[in-house]
Ligand binder design. Structure first.
Ligand code: FE2
Length: 155
């Protein structure tokens, strides 16, 4: 059961959520980029899949940002902050990988974020006793692991 969290604990948790928000935003941008620029015999499949993913990510971004606000910090909201905070690399400018590389890169990014979500979730649960936020992170991680598997299966 979640105990009552002090304001100080909530601020520490919000700080841990910032890189997750940044990862989600960088991946959102990459999924949009690939949705627009994918070519090849998997065009229809990937064009539709990338749209599904960025639509889902747009909701996830909002949830993470609003959780940060709920816990008392401002949510980062600029591209420069996202790029600094994220563990992901955005696609190089004017570079459009082939369809399978796009699928692999998105898949790897989902694996990366899922690992971070599980790691932060565990910390929130064990160190801060925030079962509710930990539970949210675990359930997002489960979805992301599935996306990673689906995209990897295209290779
Ligand atoms: Fe579109």
């Amino acid at each position: 059961m979640t105990k009552t969290l002090s304001n100080e604990t909530k601020l520490k948790i919000a700080e841990l959520l910032k890189p997750i928000l940044a990862d989600q935003f960088v991946l959102y941008t990459k999924a949009r980029n690939y949705h627009w620029n994918v070519t090849g015999n998997m065009f229809f499949t990937l064009h539709i899949k990338f749209e599904e993913l960025y639509t889902e990510l747009a909701n996830d971004i909002d949830e993470t940002a609003e959780r940060i606000r709920t816990y008392g910090l401002n949510a980062p909201g600029t591209m420069s902050e996202f790029l600094k905070l994220s563990g992901l690399k955005e696609e190089a400018e004017a570079t459009y990988p082939d369809q399978f590389t796009m699928a692999k890169k998105i898949s790897d990014d989902y694996d990366f974020i899922a690992a971070r979500l599980n790691e932060v979730g565990l910390k929130l649960q064990k160190e801060y006793g925030d079962e509710i936020t930990a539970g949210k992170l675990y359930s997002i991680a489960e979805r992301y692991e599935k996306h990673a598997w689906l995209l990897k299966s295209l290779q």
